[in-house]
Design a protein around this ligand. Structure first.
Ligand SMILES: [Zn+2]
Length: 323
């Protein structure tokens, strides 16, 4: 099946507010203290993210950093639109970005395995050469009833550069450089790690919209994840329908997450935060929150994005399935 033709779908770009990194670090340092008992935020270099326990395909997150949002939940719900396949190598070419690093949360390329799956996108392109580190996670056996199925994580080969339906990605040159480093331990508030960061930034910056993309490691503790089963044959019309359809699992550290967050919408129908995780031990999927607040430890590295590029936004939209 052909992937989406980028010259034939709407692509809009909006400039994001880019405060000094140190200011962002100070804002987060103060604000996150209501959610975590230990908070250390700084402007720092990333470690080499190609190494354990990160396993990303670029050493850093910076260089012309942008957020990318493709499609949206309306292409998944109430019923799947199977024509919504997005080739990320073609998109980088269309946007004239090489070297390119694309990392974040999306739907995996279902034609690759024949069923719907989570995508933990982690793709680098250098002089046209693909390094595909994306993992996909699906429910096994296919069609297992909820509560009976397990999940299976696989790595995509270099010749599979598609995703599907929806995605929230950092797009950068993947170069080493200064980013926001956030270490947070022992959760004492209600928000998850990403919500706490996004709401802290929104409270401070108000109408000036700030966007971050990058990675965070769950160093200790457990998290609630979902994994999508195959597409529903019956329409999923409400969040309750979606909740009944999704399969939930508790997964354990260490897990590397990739994704984006943005403090406003620009009227672009954005998903304001979305992170997926993968691991060497096979755990992977869509991050909701940690389930062990007393012993949770997060370590995140986030690039401040200069703009958000909105690709193929659904014209008939709805607010279902955005958690
Ligand atoms: Zn997701």
């Amino acid at each position: 099946m052909a992937s989406v033709d980028y010259s034939a779908v709407p692509i809009k770009e909006k400039t994001l507010h880019q405060p000094p990194l140190q200011e962002v670090a100070d804002v987060l340092s103060r604000g996150l203290k209501s959610t975590f008992s230990t908070v250390e935020v700084s402007v720092a270099d990333t470690p080499d993210l190609t190494q354990s326990p990160y396993y990303l395909t670029s050493p850093g997150l910076t260089g012309n950093a942008k957020l990318l949002e493709l499609g949206g939940p309306p292409y998944l719900l109430p019923l799947v639109q199977r024509d919504k396949l997005y080739d990320l190598a073609l998109l980088a070419k269309h946007l004239k970005q090489d070297p390119a690093f694309v990392a974040g949360a999306g739907a995996g390329p279902w034609p690759h395995i024949g069923v719907n799956c989570e995508g933990i996108i982690n793709l680098s392109i250098n002089n046209g050469t693909i390094d595909q580190g994306t993992r996909i996670v699906s429910i096994e056996p296919v069609g297992a009833p909820k509560g009976k199925g397990l999940y299976l994580q696989r790595r995509l080969p270099n010749n599979e550069t598609r995703t599907a339906l929806l995605g929230n990605y950092l797009l950068s040159e993947g170069k080493p450089g200064k980013v926001i480093k956030v270490v947070a331990k022992k959760r004492i508030g209600e928000s998850n790690f990403i919500t706490a960061i996004r709401e802290t930034l929104k409270n401070h910056y108000g109408d000036k919209i700030v966007g971050l993309g990058g990675t965070f490691l769950l160093r200790a503790g457990k998290v609630k994840f979902h994994v999508m089963p195959d597409f529903s044959a019956t329409p999923l019309c409400t969040d309750s329908d979606v909740d009944t359809w999704l399969h939930y699992f508790e997964m354990k550290a260490p897990i590397t997450h990739v994704g984006t967050l943005v403090t406003g919408d620009f009227g672009l129908d954005l998903r304001v935060q979305h992170f997926h995780g993968f691991s060497a031990h096979g755990d992977g999927g869509h991050y909701h929150y940690d389930t062990t607040p007393g012993d949770v430890e997060y370590e995140g590295y986030f690039a401040l994005a200069g703009s958000i590029v909105r690709v193929d936004a659904p014209t008939n939209t709805h607010a279902v399935g955005r958690d």
